[in-house]
Design a binder for this molecule. Structure first.
Ligand SMILES: Cc1cc2nc3c(=O)[nH]c(=O)nc-3n(C[C@H](O)[C@H](O)[C@H](O)COP(=O)(O)O)c2cc1C
Length: 195
């Protein structure tokens, strides 16, 4: 797909077909992620590729988070989640995605290095979600599951010196959500030109 069209047509997908994603395609996406720029060329990212019964265990953690969140808040429109019920449905099994990818970095005691690695891993994440869209695959960049980061560490046996940057389901979209309108689409307030 033409690059500018690809960037604008990528959506956060919350409903997936159960059809598996081949290892070859997962590797293609992770290779793109691995080509992201990184602070001091540290290339600090690591990826956990989760499938099968592991997803159920991950979902239980996220469903608890969403249950607590939705019991306090009435969802009007977070992205394409139109209701508490839809949000809970997504949370209960990551939208039936056959794969969930978890992006990790090493913990740093220096907050500047921590921030730089977080930015680098986010660049990798963006490469990943765009590459996925290019193959007709859906993703949903998520930090909500990190409300139970300790729980995720236990479930996935993640070492204590690592932290989770984000999580995304990966799979073929069951439906393609409508674009979420951009705030300030004409970029009148978001850009300051210092000329
Ligand atoms: C850092 C980050 C964290 C996000 N966390 C979540 C999340 O926890 N759950 C979720 O359903 N969507 C999450 N999203 C997806 C956003 O809701 C989504 O990108 C936004 O609504 C715009 O929709 P679009 O991606 O389809 O353009 C996250 C996105 C980003 C970049």
């Amino acid at each position: 797909m033409e690059f500018f069209t690809l960037v604008k047509s990528r959506r956060s997908v919350r409903k997936y077909k159960t059809e598996p994603v081949s290892k070859e395609n997962i590797l293609k996406l992770l290779d793109c992620a691995n080509w992201a720029p990184s602070a001091s060329n540290r290339q600090p990212w690591e990826f956990l590729v989760v499938s099968g019964a592991w997803i159920k265990r991950l979902s239980e953690s996220y469903r608890d988070i969403v249950e607590k969140f939705t019991s306090n808040v009435k969802i009007k429109n977070i992205g394409n989640i139109a209701s508490n019920k839809a949000f809970l449905r997504f949370a209960s099994d990551y939208g039936s995605a056959p794969v969930v990818v978890v992006v990790l970095v090493k913990k740093h005691s220096d907050p500047k290095e921590a921030k730089a690695d977080l930015e680098s891993a986010s660049a990798a994440m963006e490469n990943f979600v765009l590459a996925a869209a290019n193959l007709g695959l859906g993703t949903c960049w998520m930090t909500g599951p990190l409300y139970d980061e300790n729980g995720l560490h236990d479930i996935l046996s993640i070492q204590d010196d690592k932290e989770i940057v984000a999580v995304t389901p990966l799979g073929y979209p069951e439906d393609t959500p409508k674009p979420v309108p951009r705030k300030d689409p004409n970029l009148e307030k978001k850009i300051i030109w210092l000329e």
